[in-house]
Design a protein around this ligand. Structure first.
Ligand code: GDP
Length: 327
């Protein structure tokens, strides 16, 4: 199938064409990259926009249960939902803690849903860049909501927030008044904190935990992109499907406000610039990934260790060899 036909089918919401296109953008082959770039440029003209929602939480907090219940609710309202994953563990081990096939079984059977596991790439930057391409493909295919799931281990939230219009943080009820060691940086990117498992024996604890987080959020500096009352903490039960409608209402209210204020477009423009810089950075770094560069680097490194060359002279030597002499 050529690029024009693939593009056509994606615009007609053909899920097989979409899956194929995502495989293409994830490929490391130079000819595939060129095709992928052509496809993405062509599809960018469709100007379709989805609501991109980032979602993070530690393993076991209920991400897949939540996404399934939330996704089913959106589909029942006539919306089409794509779920993508950014799994930093796939970069390290080749294994995956997110997005394996047994998760979200009900949702995966829905025609209005599209679920794609994390791309396997050698580093988080690669995973994130390819996920960004997948988001663009899902938008062109006319999905209304794209959920981008990641596991809460720090750095991956930051890159997912660069892919998202808004960001949800899922937390578990915790005993006592101690905040769950959630890093300040993550609190600062969260637009909604959802304390999950607010059901049965855990309900009272969840309510208390939610109040603790609401208090902590009030102490954060107010962000320009937030209306009064945001960021906000809510209790939900993914299992009993409680609080999902309210979550959706809050998401919509926040999205509408940001659109009206111009923050939405400004955020997307800033993200496009971020990914432009990231593409350049990664392309430059990939120049170090060739056999020649690695061998030369090892030789020069040995010379630096024995004092045969200064670090500066060795760096100049390497860069000149790469055709990029320092100015
Ligand atoms: P993930 O690792 O974050 O994707 O978490 P899962 O969705 O796989 O859920 C982990 C465990 O928590 C499972 O045993 C779920 O049944 C349970 N769980 C998820 N959501 C809820 C909830 O709202 N209430 C309760 N009580 N358990 C939940």
């Amino acid at each position: 199938m050529d690029i024009a036909e693939l593009s056509d089918r994606i615009l007609k919401a053909d899920r097989r064409a979409l899956a194929r296109a995502i495989t293409l953008v994830e490929s490391a082959r130079a000819d595939h990259r060129a095709e992928a770039d052509a496809l993405l440029s062509q599809l960018a003209q469709s100007n379709r926009q989805a609501l991109r929602v980032g979602l993070s939480g530690t393993p076991g907090v209920g991400k897949s249960t939540f996404i399934e219940a939330f996704g089913m609710m959106l589909i029942a309202q006539g919306l089409r939902v794509a779920v993508l994953a950014v799994d930093p563990s796939s970069a390290r081990s080749g294994g995956s803690i997110l997005g394996d096939k047994t998760r979200m079984e009900r949702l995966s059977r829905e025609r209005a849903a599209f679920i794609r596991p994390s791309p396997s790439q050698s580093h988080l930057g690669g995973v994130a860049r390819r996920t960004r391409d997948a988001v663009a493909l899902c938008e062109a295919a006319g999905f209304d909501v794209v959920l981008i799931e990641t596991v809460g281990v720090g750095q991956s939230e930051t890159v997912v927030s660069e892919l998202s219009d808004l960001f949800l943080l899922l937390l578990a009820p915790a005993g006592g008044d101690e905040l769950q060691g959630v890093k300040r940086g993550i609190m600062e990117i969260a637009d909604l904190i959802l304390v999950n498992k607010a059901d049965g024996d855990l309900k009272a604890t969840a309510t208390r935990t939610c109040a603790d987080y609401a208090g902590a959020l009030r102490l954060l500096r107010k962000r320009v992109q937030d209306p009064e009352g945001f960021p906000k903490a809510l209790t939900v039960s993914a299992l009993e499907e409680q609080g999902l409608q309210q979550t959706w209402a809050e998401i919509q209210a926040l999205a509408e406000w940001r659109r009206a204020q111009g923050h939405w477009d400004r955020n997307r423009a800033a993200q496009a610039q971020y990914w432009f810089v990231e593409e350049v950075r990664q392309a430059l770094l990939s120049r170090l990934d060739t056999t020649w560069a690695k061998t030369r680097m090892a030789e020069l490194s040995a010379q630096v260790a024995t004092g045969q060359q200064t670090p500066q002279a060795a760096a100049r030597d390497l860069l000149t060899g790469l055709g990029m002499p320092p100015g």
